[in-house]
Design a protein around this ligand. Structure first.
Ligand code: HGY
Ligand code: MN
Ligand code: MN
Length: 424
């Protein structure tokens, strides 16, 4: 049994220093702690992460998909490996803890294991996955998606707002897009289990005054880009009852999206994050407007009906305005359930060291969604102050992270010797 009590304070300080140091790698032209995938700040931070992994005693390599992988050798080289980790890229205007806690926390768990003198029988792989955040190409979890075999050639042709392709972005970052598609871990050795430590990014744990959440399932995400085509006119001369105003149709659609999220019977959220008008002139009735939205739920049944419900309502409203609409839907990921066996092991680990916890769904998506295609998957959450995330106010107390690290280390040592049945 791993005795973590006295190391907690030391771990908290080491972790805190690491979080704050990594946060210095940011795009100073953007608000908050911005370190977006493929950016220069992100490129420089990858060197820092690799060195941090090496300093933790791991054998470090970067796979052809751009994932940084640190390996702690187990005593049985033939045993399928344990995997943990997360991401260190951020959203634009992001915070310092999203993803970072799962990478630096995993290194801290390695430190705790080392200090306890315990050797795992299985190799432990600590991964900093490339590009978890959804990006200008509209695709999240690039690194974990690639190794799970869920990134396909067509994705490389996705374009950002400037018309640059994802394939070109890989090349500019020093990665060969063809090799990225070939980096499928499923083709090599099987994996035993994947577990990710992450901040909750919501208010539940803090409101319930609990230091730990064990994730039950991870939300599915439907993404929509709707293009509204009306008729350009002089804004000063065209009568109000004789317009085909694409902006008004889009504005009504924004409210349709919001009503959809508010109407979810169990768990559901819906957000419109971008409205763009093609015209730059302030005195032209907008004729081409693009709306970017997303709808999420852990309720697959409800989520699977969202495309039909929204299309019907948005089309009817637009037609009343004489505006045409085109819908470009994509499924970022379907709902994924944590492996019951891993959930039970993590719960027993937390109970064994007296850490109170609660089962909790994840409204955020994570690399764990794609790693679930490769191995039984689980996640552990630590609290987010005021539930804030994806913004500069994002904060988790270092002591809370250390508690999560202790639970992760305990869970890893137990998973190492637990056979897991395939998820039904
Ligand atoms: O969008 C998400 O839920 C995650 O933070 N990438
Ligand atoms: Mn994250
Ligand atoms: Mn995020």
């Amino acid at each position: 049994m791993l005795d973590l009590t006295d190391q907690g304070q030391e771990a908290a300080e080491r972790l805190g220093d690491g979080v704050l140091e990594l946060a210095t790698y940011r795009d100073t032209a953007r608000p908050g702690w911005t370190r977006e995938v493929f950016s220069e700040a992100y490129r420089e931070s990858r060197q820092w992460v690799s060195e941090r992994m090496a300093a933790a005693g791991l054998e470090v390599q970067v796979d052809p998909a751009g994932n940084i992988v640190g390996r702690l050798a187990g005593t049985d080289p033939n045993a399928p490996a344990l995997v943990t980790g997360s991401h260190t890229d951020t959203v634009d205007g992001g915070g310092r803890f999203d993803g970072v806690v799962g990478v630096l926390g995993a290194l801290e768990a390695v430190q705790l294991l080392r200090e306890s003198g315990q050797r795992l029988s299985r190799d432990l792989l600590v991964v900093d996955f490339l590009g978890e955040e959804s990006n200008a190409f509209g695709l999240s979890c690039l690194g974990s998606r690639a190794i799970a075999g869920e990134l396909n050639r067509a994705d490389l042709d996705r374009q950002d707002y400037r018309g640059a392709s994802l394939g070109q972005a890989y090349r500019d970052f020093g990665l060969d897009p063809g090799a990225v598609l070939q980096t499928r871990w499923a083709r090599t050795a099987p994996l035993h289990a994947f577990i990710e430590l992450h901040i909750e990014q919501g208010p539940t744990l803090e409101q319930r005054q609990l230091p730990l959440g064990i994730v039950t399932s991870i939300t599915g995400i439907e993404r929509l880009v709707a293009t509204f085509t009306g008729s350009p006119d002089h804004a000063g001369t065209r009568p109000m009852n004789d317009r085909k105003d694409a902006m008004v149709a889009a504005a009504e659609a924004v409210l349709s999206v919001r009503r959809e999220g508010c109407g979810a019977p169990n768990h559901g959220v819906a957000t419109t994050t971008r409205i763009e008008s093609e015209s730059r002139s302030p005195n032209v009735v907008p004729s081409l407007v693009r709306m970017t939205s997303e709808v999420r739920s852990v309720d697959n049944g409800w989520l699977s009906g969202v495309r039909g419900r929204l299309a019907e309502e948005i089309l009817a409203n637009a037609r009343n305005l004489g505006v045409d609409v085109e819908f470009d839907w994509s499924t970022d990921n379907t709902v994924v359930h944590a492996h019951a066996g891993i959930h039970d092991v993590a719960a027993a680990a937390a109970d064994a060291v007296g850490i109170p916890w609660m089962p909790i769904p994840s409204g955020a998506t994570h690399d764990a969604v794609h790693m679930a295609a490769l191995a039984p998957m689980g996640m552990i959450f630590v609290p987010s102050r005021a539930g804030k995330s994806h913004c500069p106010e994002e904060w988790t107390d270092f002591a809370d992270i250390a508690t999560g690290v202790g639970a992760l280390a305990q869970t890893l040592t137990r998973l190492d010797r637990t056979e897991l049945n395939p998820q039904p």
